[in-house]
Design a protein around this ligand. Sequence first.
Ligand SMILES: [Zn+2]
Length: 148
Amino acid sequence: MVECPICGREVEKLVKAEIEGSIIEVCEDCAKKYGKILEEKSRKIKVIKDKEIKEIEEVDLIEDFFVAIKKRREELGLSIKELAKLVKEKESVIKRIEDGKLEPDINLARKLEKILKIKILSKVERKRVGKKKEIIPKLTIGDVVEIK
Ligand SMILES: [Zn+2]
């Protein structure tokens, strides 16, 4: 049993709630009475994040994507400005991408692939996500729900 810091009642478990702008653990009754329960929400966010990570892991930019973009753009006789217009991006963004200073997000990368007819995205091999996998341990749905 744990004691609720607001009403002092002993309850089986406390829930995370947002009360007057701060996040505290209180009993469910106090959470509903004085603020809103955050627990359900945070669980959902966690699950979505897990899905997002998986999606990111599926495709990745090739190592010299910026070389490929620049080479192909020049082959097609396009200026940076023209290419920027075609993918609806700022000229400076395309320039930074070609300089290898900026990685396009997946959406932009796909647009560039389509317009330039090149491949700059590749399916990520499991080995390449080794680093990520260390940080993100394999979670089952059950584990994810337990995380707060
Ligand atoms: Zn309480």
